[in-house]
Structure formats: C-alpha cells, structure tokens
Write a protein that binds this ligand. Structure first.
Ligand code: DGJ
Length: 550
C-alpha cells in the first residue's frame, strides 16, 4: 500500500516550527572557533556556533596565486558554493628558508570575504599526491638534508621519508607560521574554517620506506600506543600484522608525521584539521604496491585515528564514477568516529548525484574538484567540459541546497537521515527509514504522470532513465513527517506493515524553505503532483511531507 495522491488532510501551520531545530547560539569561547561535534553517531561541523553544511568547490592545483583568483571566484559563485578549498603551497610561502611571504594568503582571505565565501586551506607541504613537488626547492632537491624513501633494493624513490626529523621540523615550522599568520588576519572572522594537512600522503610503489633507519624501526617492537588502540598483543610489526605489516607500518609513521605537523599548526591556531586519502579498492583486497600505501585508506583508519588525534576527519577523494564503488567508498568513511566529508570528488556530471548519498548519510561536506575557469580539465578522471558546462550539473544542486544548507546540517545532527544517488542500472531503491513505520521507494523509470507500465507513451523511455543524475535525501522530522530533497526521481512512501490501516494518504506535502530556522511553506503539492508519488525533474525541490493512515 503506497501513497499515490489523496485528499488534503490536517493542515500544518504555514510557518510550522521544527522543534529541536532552533539555531544554537555560541555559548563559549570554544564555540567561536569552527569545530566538529558528535552525538549519537551523528556529526556536525560547527561554524559560527551552528552546524554548517559545506557546499564546496576545490580549485585546480595551480590556482593558488593572486593572478589565478579572478578565474576562481566566478566559478565558485556560479556553483553556489559556500566554501572554496584551495592550496597554500610550502614553496610559495617559504621560497627561502625562514623567509615567509603570506601575500597570497592575505589576498585570498580578503577576496573570500568580498565574495562571502569560506575557505578551506590545503597545506601542500612535504606530501602532495605523495610527492614533494610543492616543497620549496631548498627542500625537494636537497637529498642529504631531506632524504627520500628507499625501496627494498636500496634504490632512492621519489617520496620524502616520513622518518626524518629535519623534514618534519621544516614542514612543521612552515605550517605553524602559516597558521600563526591566518590567526593574525582571521582569528576574529573565521573566513578560514578548516585546514587540510598535506595532500594524499603515502607512497606509490615500495609500500614503505626501506631505508636503514626505517628498517630498524620495522624490525623493532610495534609501538605500544598502537597496539593498545587496536587491542593487539606485543610483538614486532611482522609478528602482529603479518601480511599487512609493511602497509600498517607505513600508515602509522605517515600518520605520526602528519599529526606532528598538524599539532605544530594547531598550537598556533586551533582550527579543525583533516587529512585526505587517495583510495584503495573499497571492497576487495588490493596489493599495497598498487595504491598510496601509508595514506589514510579505509583499512588503516583505526591506525590513523590512534596516531593522529589532532585530525578531526579522514576524508576520501572519490574519483570512481561507478555507483557500487563510489557507494562503498562513502560507506567506509561513514563512522561514529569519523564525519563523512567529501573534500574531493570528480567534477564529471556523473558525480553530482552522489551529493544525495553523502548528505543523506549525514555527510558534512561535498566538494567537486577542479571548479574554476583557469582552462584546465583533468578528464578522463573528471569532466571534459570546461566553463559553465562543467559547473552546471553541480550548480543545479547547490543552488537548491544553499538556502537550506544550515537547516539540513542542523536537522541531520538531531534527526535520522538517509540518502540515495541514482544507481547505474536504474534499479528502484527502497529506504527502510530506520525504525519508523514507513519506508520510501525511489524510482528512476517513471514519468511524472501515471505509471510507465501503462505504456501511454508507446515505448518511449521515461526521461530519467538515460540520465546519470538524480537521487533523494530524506530527514525524519517526526514519526510521520519527513523533509525530502530530490532530483530526477519518483519518491513514494508506504507502510512497512499495512496491517491495521485501511489505506495511506499524504496528509500534506509542502514545498518550501527555511527562514531563520523555521519552515516556511511556499505551496502545497496535490493532485497530479502527488497522485503518482512525488516526482522530481532536473530541478531539485525541497518538500516537507506529512504521511497518514486512515
Ligand atoms: C587528487 C589530488 O588530491 C588533487 O590535488 C588532484 O591532483 C587530483 N587528484 C587529480 O586532478
């Protein structure tokens, strides 16, 4: 028994109030700084004292110069993003040792304020996609002072060793100087809300550093702090971790390196910090020679959590269009001890639909990568389209999300939420809606009117079938009441157990928005708009749905 249309039932007040959703006021000094909070396994990113949903844009890698910024802001604006993620390179702030130049950071922060956009700074230090390319010349070509890793045959590899105190000290000093400077120019306004420490750490190829110093550590007992965190008995790395010993050793030491850099910055200015991950296969075993071993991949999240407590988030960089793989990546990083935050996702149109899955899973941020007009495309990883065409599929979603972003974040912190992205095979998706008496079904093979099985269109395929966009996110507001945001889908509701009810009906379906945390109805959906489920086109909508039985 599904709800397809019905009579207008009990009316809701036009400006119904969502209890437990009143905006939080900053109550302490700590609340003034952006930070993460967790309750009942749900997370919120608190900015200005209230939950914040990051609708992000990540700029291209070389957009971190004042001359490039005029090509960044128009894309951020067209996207309706509320946050720009953009690199700050070690080479640009410390071109000569001890000589700091923060002119780019000053320009960036000033322009972000003019554009009313928050910033996430990406510290490209000793590790950028595992390599040292963004380290200043005085670091990256001085192999004596800043040694690289060695492979198992004693060859020098490209990546810097995380076991070298001089590298850690130099990287930490520069990062601390950056954070000190950011505090001095932004400690009151918090235009900068979060900082990424390094970028995609680990190493491709040798799994870990095999230099003599690293080998001595590897042959010794595994650290007691790690063993305690993982509830493992004492022993050497190989004794305790067997097949995984090399990778886990790499992860622990890379995480310790990042933690110490993070701490150095955090002591200067305690903004939330995170690390991003180049990913491994989320389902099947993958030989660590073939991914960035040592980075925060899903199998070493516990190790990173134990080694790097200063990091609030471990964030997956998702560059896999295929629905089962992308979904598995999201699931791996959705944890009670880790807010789901997608700080990088491909900018091909096929990735936009994942916004519904991420926010529906309680995710606190979603940021496509390469969202500027500098004329670079990272196709085939991301989009081939440039300019407006690249931005549009994401902008369509962010435009609708932007006015409700704070409200969704607040609701998702207090209430259960669910979300689905359109699967590649167009299969129906049933959402159990937790322990409520309702379930929802999301379909992609229906017209906005009637049922495709009636074949009124004589075998013409329904419009959503061919699209690689769409999805739905749902928050439960009350036992029979839901907030629903969806695109290119039909969403219908049914009782899990129809026993005892003669039928089900939409009590009320309101399209609307929030004003200062209060729901404001714009119009009621009824008739054709509800007779065949709730049908969404390319234009996403925000609905408040009250369900009833009779
Ligand atoms: C992931 C990295 O984190 C980004 O900086 C960028 O290099 C992309 N891969 C590829 O465009």
């Amino acid at each position: 028994m599904r709800i397809f249309g019905g009579l207008i039932g009990m009316a809701l007040a036009c400006a119904a109030s969502l209890t437990a959703c009143a905006p939080h006021a900053p109550s302490s000094e700590k609340d003034a700084l952006p930070h993460f909070v967790t309750q009942n396994g749900r997370h919120a990113f608190i900015v200005d004292g209230q939950p914040f949903l990051m609708l992000g844009a990540q700029a291209n890698n070389s957009s971190n110069y004042p001359s490039a910024l005029p090509k960044v802001w128009p894309a951020v604006e067209a996207l309706h993003a509320n946050t720009l993620e953009i690199p700050v390179a070690w080479e640009q702030i410390e071109p000569s040792e001890g000589q700091f130049d923060f002119s780019y950071v000053d320009t960036l922060v000033a322009q972000a304020r003019e554009h009313n956009v928050r910033l996430v700074l990406l510290w490209f230090g000793a590790y950028k996609n595992t390599g040292p390319n963004y380290a200043p010349g005085w670091v990256k070509v001085n192999n004596q002072r800043f040694p690289r890793m060695m492979d198992a045959s004693g060859g020098i590899v490209y990546a810097l060793s995380p076991h070298i105190q001089a590298t850690l000290d130099a990287d930490s000093r520069a990062f601390a100087a950056l954070m000190r400077h950011v505090r001095s120019i932004d400690g009151a306004l918090h235009t900068v809300i979060m900082v990424q420490v390094e970028n995609e750490t680990g190493v491709y190829g040798p799994v870990r550093d095999f230099s003599p110093a690293a080998q001595a550590l590897f042959d010794a007992q595994a650290p007691a702090a790690l063993l305690a965190a993982l509830h493992k008995p004492p022993g050497t790395w190989t004794q305790v971790f067997g097949r995984d010993a090399d990778e886990f050793f790499a992860a622990w030491h890379m995480a310790r390196y990042v933690e110490q850099v993070a701490q150095a910055g955090h002591r200067e200015y305690a903004l939330p910090m995170y690390a991003n991950a180049a990913l491994r296969d989320p389902v099947n075993y993958q030989d660590p020679h073939s991914f960035a071993s040592g980075g925060p991949t899903w199998d070493v999240i516990e190790i990173w959590k134990a080694a790097a407590p200063t990091l609030s988030v471990l964030a997956p960089d998702v560059y896999e269009r295929a629905y089962p793989v992308a979904s598995a990546h999201f699931a791996r990083y959705t944890r009670a001890d880790n807010p789901l935050m997608i700080v990088e996702i491909g900018n091909d149109p096929a990735y936009a639909r994942y916004m519904f899955a991420v926010f529906g899973a309680g995710g606190v941020g979603f940021a496509p990568f390469g969202m500027d007009y500098t004329g670079y495309s990272n196709y085939p990883l991301g989009a081939s389209a440039e300019g407006e065409a690249r931005i549009a599929p994401f902008a369509q979603l962010f435009e609708v999300m932007a006015p409700v972003a704070r409200d969704w974040a607040r609701i998702a912190y207090e209430h259960p939420t669910w979300g689905v992205a359109k699967p590649d095979d167009n299969a129906d998706q049933e959402i159990a809606l937790g322990d409520s008496r309702w379930k929802a079904t999301v379909e992609y093979d229906e017209w906005a009117f009637g049922f495709a099985r009636w074949n009124m269109a004589h075998d013409e395929p329904p419009p959503n079938l061919a699209k690689r966009s769409g999805g739905a996110m749902i928050a439960q507001l009350a036992p029979d009441e839901y907030l629903l945001i969806a695109q290119n889908a039909r969403v219908s509701f049914a009782l899990k157990d129809a026993g005892g009810a003669n039928g089900v009906i939409f009590d009320r379906v309101e399209e609307g928005r929030f004003e200062r945390g209060q729901w404001v109805m714009d119009r009621v959906w009824n008739g054709d708009q509800t007779d065949y489920g709730l049908n969404f086109s390319d234009q996403p909508r925000v609905l408040r749905v009250k369900l009833a039985t009779y």
